[in-house]
Design a protein around this ligand. Structure first.
Ligand SMILES: [Mn+2]
Length: 322
């Protein structure tokens, strides 16, 4: 907190392919710093998705930051290592400016000079609320709305395991303080671009179920028809994870270079991280991913063979009971 209090021109960085928590937490801090008379800059290498572009301050994001930018502090938000700044952070800044990290990832190696990391928190918006209150700013109105975006997106609408009573209390307090809960639900969560919805339709039409595994594929040619490029986030993993009969699910998306991006999910008691690890990817027990060689059909068979093992051997049978 001292770092933020002493700083006049901090640079706040959100990670590439930004999500609601990265953007909401960054914009909440930006508003709080402006409220106490500071001049923060915000940066993210990628443009904001449409469901976050309405937030106050969303148009102030820089996609590039010159090396000699006039700043006195760098704040890395919602990222577990410096690579996640997407190249915005310059190594030459190491000696010049202190680095503050505000995050909630368990894998965060505390890479800052000061680290405010709540490893089991549902979202970075949780430690960020403490930071803002610590600055002497009330988490109300527009700031509350930005923090709600972080909490509601990272908990996928308050449905993840991380949704504790503390999170629900925080959400209640933010609503009481003028946060626009229903607006966030309407404009961020229930706000799927037509193009995405059409791609879901095509992907769901190709959905298969076998041996408690549900999967689908999206080939390069289908993606072209649907005007979906490689960087477009379809969030198919989370969509498939809801198939009732499946313990594990996988979405296979063919990239322009012919590789296949695989996004896997599992129910409690099943671990898909081992499969991702074995194929050079990574993630958590319940959500993991990797990129494998094509062609599509070969990749599907290869991954399904490994997933079949996962289904056969639950890691913790007790927790798999609904
Ligand atoms: Mn997050």
């Amino acid at each position: 907190m001292t770092l933020l209090r002493k700083s006049d021109r901090p640079l706040l960085i959100a990670h590439p392919r930004p999500d609601g928590d990265a953007i909401g937490s960054t914009l909440a801090l930006r508003l709080a710093l402006v409220a106490v008379g500071k001049h923060p800059l915000v940066a993210c290498v990628d443009p904001l998705p449409a469901n976050l572009a309405y937030l106050p301050g969303a148009d102030s994001f820089l996609q590039e930051v010159p090396e000699d930018v006039d700043i006195d502090l760098v704040v890395a938000i919602d990222m577990s290592d410096l690579k996640r700044t997407g190249g915005i952070y310059r190594e030459s800044w190491r000696e010049r400016y202190p680095l503050l990290v505000i995050d909630h990832h368990e894998t965060n190696a505390a890479f800052g000079d000061v680290n405010l990391i709540l490893p089991h928190a549902a979202a970075t918006a949780m430690p960020m609320t403490d930071v803002i209150v610590g600055l002497g700013v009330a988490a109300q109105d527009e700031i509350a709305t930005c923090l709600l975006v972080g909490l509601l997106t990272d908990t996928r609408g308050l449905r993840t395991e991380t949704t504790t009573p503390e999170v629900l209390r925080a959400v209640g307090e933010l609503i009481e303080s003028g946060g626009d809960y229903h607006g966030v639900m309407q404009r961020t969560l229930d706000f799927v671009p037509y193009r995405t919805m059409r791609a879901w339709g095509v992907a769901l039409d190709r959905l298969r179920l076998e041996d408690s595994m549900a999967w689908t594929t999206l080939s390069r040619s289908l993606k072209e028809e649907l005007q979906i490029d490689d960087h477009y986030d379809l969030d198919l993993g989370n969509l498939l994870s809801r198939v009732a009969e499946a313990q594990v699910t996988a979405a296979f998306i063919e990239m322009r270079d012919g590789t296949i991006k695989v996004s896997m999910r599992s129910r409690p008691g099943y671990n898909v991280a081992t499969v991702a690890d074995a194929l050079g990817g990574g993630g958590h027990k319940a959500a993991a991913g990797c990129t494998v060689d094509g062609p599509l059909e070969t990749a599907v068979n290869r991954v399904l063979n490994l997933l079949r093992e996962v289904v056969r051997e639950p890691v913790d049978p007790v927790t798999s009971v609904p």
